[in-house]
Ligand binder design. Structure first.
Ligand SMILES: Nc1ncnc2c1ncn2[C@@H]1O[C@H](COP(=O)(O)OP(=O)(O)OP(=O)(O)O)[C@@H](O)[C@H]1O
Length: 208
């Protein structure tokens, strides 16, 4: 499913952080969100995921087409990895957790409470949930935090499998994931405050 975003203005709290956001994400494509800390990557992903509805603009794909993987792992701490994944599979009507377990090498961890996992193990269990959603558009916020090199590669392979199946992914990350043929979207071009400053002072851009 294509995701077409036009004229999006996104707020965080009371402040409009981004405006005039526009891009097209085609099936089979990954788009990397870039920008320094505070540029608005999370803000954009939250708007697309429906957590903070945009102030203006249009998002072509319905909410049900998107799966959001946030900064937080979002696991139920007292449940085991298997119980967490089974819960998600049931919630999204996906049969079987096998492909998600294999993609993130979780076989040896299935009976462990997620509260007792290391940070990287929690991250892997959290990312496995994306596979279980069965949703075509993945929105991922710094997905590789806490992952070692082998697991960054596992994550990249899971994204590639998703893209090959006709899915797409919008990924905020500061690292090179090693994905083939990704496009990069620099969110600083959509900064609402810089635009407002430039409009107020036509010479501001020259001294920034
Ligand atoms: N709850 C909030 N209320 C008001 N402003 C916020 C809130 N959360 C974040 N902000 C501000 O919104 C701006 C965009 O933040 P955002 O988290 O989208 O940036 P980011 O590009 O994801 O940064 P990072 O790379 O550090 O994760 C920042 O200036 C931030 O301080």
């Amino acid at each position: 499913m294509e995701l077409r975003v036009e004229g999006l203005a996104c707020r965080r709290g009371e402040a409009v952080v981004l405006r005039d956001v526009g891009f097209v994400l085609a099936p089979g494509e990954a788009l990397i969100l870039r920008g320094p800390n505070g540029a608005g990557k999370t803000t954009m992903l939250r708007a697309l995921a429906g957590l903070t509805p945009p102030v203006a603009g249009t998002i072509s794909a319905p909410q049900e087409a998107m799966a959001y993987g946030a900064h937080a792992d979002g696991l139920k701490a007292q449940l085991t990895v298997a119980e967490n994944l089974t819960f998600w599979a049931a919630a999204f009507g996906t049969s079987g957790i096998g492909p998600a377990v294999a993609a993130f090498d979780l076989g040896a961890l299935l009976d462990r409470r997620t509260a007792d996992l290391s940070a990287g193990q929690k991250r892997r269990a959290s990312l496995a949930r994306m596979v279980l959603t069965g949703r075509p558009i993945w929105l991922l916020d710094e997905p590789t935090v806490s992952l070692d090199a082998a697991n960054v590669a596992r994550f990249a392979a899971a994204v590639s499998t998703h893209l090959e199946a006709g899915g797409s992914a919008l990924i905020a990350t500061h690292i090179d994931l090693g994905l083939a043929e990704t496009r990069v979207l620099d969110v600083t071009q959509f900064a609402a405050r810089a635009a407002a400053r430039r409009e107020a002072d036509p010479f501001a851009e020259a001294i920034e």
